[in-house]
Design a protein around this ligand. Structure first.
Ligand SMILES: *[C@@H]1O[C@H](CO)[C@@H](O)[C@H](O)[C@H]1NC(C)=O
Ligand SMILES: *[C@@H]1O[C@H](CO)[C@@H](O)[C@H](O)[C@H]1NC(C)=O
Ligand SMILES: *[C@@H]1O[C@H](CO)[C@@H](O)[C@H](O)[C@H]1NC(C)=O
Ligand SMILES: *[C@@H]1O[C@H](CO)[C@@H](O)[C@H](O)[C@H]1NC(C)=O
Ligand SMILES: *[C@@H]1O[C@H](CO)[C@@H](O)[C@H](O)[C@H]1NC(C)=O
Ligand SMILES: *[C@@H]1O[C@H](CO)[C@@H](O)[C@H](O)[C@H]1NC(C)=O
Length: 403
């Protein structure tokens, strides 16, 4: 199967995991992925796609059905949507009058970080896309698509040692905006031509997707994996989707089974700090959400392994004690001062600054009827998932994830 995945004409070169490539150097999206079935014991074949026609659109975080649920519940004043919308629609990034901060030709995250114009604009593009869907007001349509086109035709490079995070976090909001506007709003990218196009998907293909193919370790790697799933859906890119899906299930340093101890749900980064531990659960959950839009269930993998991870993290971050195994540690822990003898209390605590709990709660407790006392308590304790200061998480959970 690996041979089949690698047999595309594009996929002739395999780069090493430790490659120091810059964006332009990445020769191929198909880095090394363990053989199907080898690492997790799950045969991932049935999670993969065969042809572009297999994709569902819109189908990243929000399917047509999801968007309709949000819109009709807001219009009918149903909770929790109505109250969430009240705050969401008043947020700066939801305004049709939002002032665009870009575009810029080159942005960087790392030693030099100067990507905030993109971060703000990406959030405004996504929130205006949702605003347009809910209200059908053309000025939101204009704002969202103007931002997509401005960056889509002007950005030429993404640099810096942590560019994967920029691409995988801010880029994911951006592509979610594009998916809604394209498939629900009939938006056509400016710059798109039969030859020499310069539009949004051109960049998504050459700048974003290729960067994400260099999958790092643990939480960092999951950022890339979940973003590649999103990018692949927008692009109808079967190879990229299968690469990402396979990595989600099989990657032995960044995949779901590599990060959470099957018996307890302990994260490989529990000894590092709680911020990375909790955020990574959100990242895995967004990836699984893309799978769900595309018709496969990643939430159920490993007997609800992601829920186990959430329960463990919620319990500890709500000040209860948990069993800690110091041998359950991430690949290249030495890069981040590990491995660790004890669980870390750095960033310990549940709050809406890391708004990951609504998605897990609605998905497992409300939709599946699973028992998840700690996750439920965490969702209550964090309060409303509203405005956030970064794009690490979309937030606004009771508007977008509620069921
Ligand atoms: C995985 O499942 C597919 C489809 O059912 C099958 O063809 C393949 O042989 C299986 N692979 C392994 C490693 O068991
Ligand atoms: C960000 O920094 C890089 C590297 O110094 C530079 O090339 C780029 O133009 C800068 N971009 C912005 C928006 O300031
Ligand atoms: C659409 O949104 C704009 C900007 O917020 C507002 O000025 C306008 O009144 C709205 N149009 C309708 C029909 O509500
Ligand atoms: C790209 O940037 C240039 C210069 O800032 C601007 O004139 C142009 O309108 C931008 N493209 C779009 C589609 O906004
Ligand atoms: C998009 O195009 C389709 C097909 O032409 C049409 O049915 C639909 O109403 C359009 N939607 C919008 C929002 O313009
Ligand atoms: C956990 O302990 C911290 C520090 O004492 C406290 O600030 C926080 O409110 C506690 N959290 C819960 C859920 O009780």
């Amino acid at each position: 199967m690996l041979n089949i995945l690698l047999s595309s004409a594009l996929a002739t070169i395999i780069f090493p995991r430790t490659s120091q490539c810059i964006v332009q150097d990445v020769p191929s999206i198909f880095g090394p992925v363990p053989n199907i079935g080898d690492f997790s014991g799950v045969n991932s074949t049935r999670y993969l796609k065969k042809r572009p026609g297999d994709f569902v659109h819109p189908g990243i975080w929000h399917t047509h059905e999801d968007l309709e649920r949000i819109r009709t519940n807001v219009i009918n004043g149903k909770e929790p949507w109505a109250s969430a919308y009240e705050q969401f629609s008043a947020d700066t990034y939801s305004q049709a009058t939002y002032k665009i901060q870009g575009p810029k030709p080159v942005i960087s995250r790392g030693l030099t970080s100067n990507y905030t114009t993109f971060a703000h604009d990406a959030r405004a593009a996504w929130q205006n896309a949702l605003m347009w869907y809910i209200t059908k007001n053309e000025s939101h349509w204009d704002r969202s698509t103007t931002i997509l086109d401005a960056w889509g035709t002007n950005l030429t490079n993404i640099i810096g040692i942590d560019r994967s995070l920029l691409v995988g976090l801010d880029g994911d909001l951006f592509v979610n905006a594009a998916e809604i506007m394209r498939w629900e709003g009939n938006w056509t990218e400016s710059g798109a031509r039969w030859q020499g196009g310069s539009g949004f998907s051109n960049q998504l293909y050459w700048l974003f997707a290729r960067q994400s193919a260099v999958v790092g370790q643990a939480n960092y790697g999951m950022v890339s994996i979940k973003a590649m799933l999103s990018f692949a859906v927008y692009l109808n890119d079967v190879q990229l989707y299968n690469y990402a899906m396979n990595a989600y299930i099989q990657d032995n340093c960044a995949g779901l089974f590599a990060q959470y101890k099957p018996e307890t749900g302990q994260s490989v980064e529990a000894g590092r700090d709680q911020g990375h531990t909790m955020s990574a659960i959100g990242w895995a959950a967004y990836g699984a959400r893309v799978g769900q839009s595309q018709g496969v269930d990643l939430y159920g993998l490993g007997h609800n392994l992601l829920l186990k991870a959430s329960e463990y993290a919620a319990q500890y971050n709500l000040n209860s004690t948990v069993e800690y195994d110091s041998a359950w540690s991430r690949c290249e822990a030495v890069l981040v001062n590990g491995p660790w003898d004890t669980i870390s209390d750095a960033n310990r605590g549940v709050s809406s600054k890391i708004p990951i709990w609504d998605l897990v709660y609605y998905q497992y407790v409300v939709r599946r009827g699973e028992k998840a006392p700690w996750t439920t308590k965490a969702a209550e304790h964090e309060g409303f998932e509203g405005a956030v200061s970064s794009n690490d998480h979309p937030s606004w959970g009771s508007l977008i994830w509620a069921h």
